[in-house]
Design a protein around this ligand. Sequence first.
Ligand code: ADE
Length: 234
Amino acid sequence: MSVHISAKKGEIAKTVLMPGDPLRAKYIADNFLTDVTLVSQTRNIFYYTGKYKGKEITVGASGMGFPSIGIYSYELFTEYEVDTIIRIGTCGAYSTDLKLFDILNVENAASESTYAKFAWGIEEDIISSQGTAFDRINETAKELGLDAKPTNIHSSDIFYRKDPAVPEIAVRYNCPAVEMEAFALFANAQHLGKNAATILTVSDIIPTHEFISADQREQALRTMMELSLETALK
Ligand code: ADE
């Protein structure tokens, strides 16, 4: 057990797929894994360990934002000897250059957050995906005939804001979309020498207020789930 995860040592696989939403973790376990065990449900943040094509994989939620993914990813890396975390989430596009359902493979996450600085003394405001996971996602996407665009992403603390302008840091680092977790995940992985990647599906186009409906969400996210599962086999 760790402070926020009640799984026993040995009940978490070396590779963890990490959606934001606990029910999405359940969906992956129910639809893609066999021999599934629910290994933690502290705070209703479900973690399931099972097999995908014979390989042991854990899928569990991060919750929303840097504090939440910071806690779960740190405990998984340090208390459960996890090697690789692949976040699978959604993002909002800053312009109509991206379309709903587009899939992004995050190369670098830029943020105004002080998380990396105050947690680990990392002064940079842009942090790369860590280890081999980003390349493995690119390779797997090619094999599956999927377009998973390598991209920089803005990782923000803020979902609702007064000013509709694209934030300066997103302009500076050429980030076409925003989410709220990758920067903290990459910071933890960099500090600990682990692998971390983030795959995102565009769920909303900020300037036009278009978004994927609840009905469309399940099918849309399946492609990203399959990409992460196939990557985990490598
Ligand atoms: N995740 C999905 N859409 C988002 C948005 N518009 N802002 C931040 N995170 C998001």
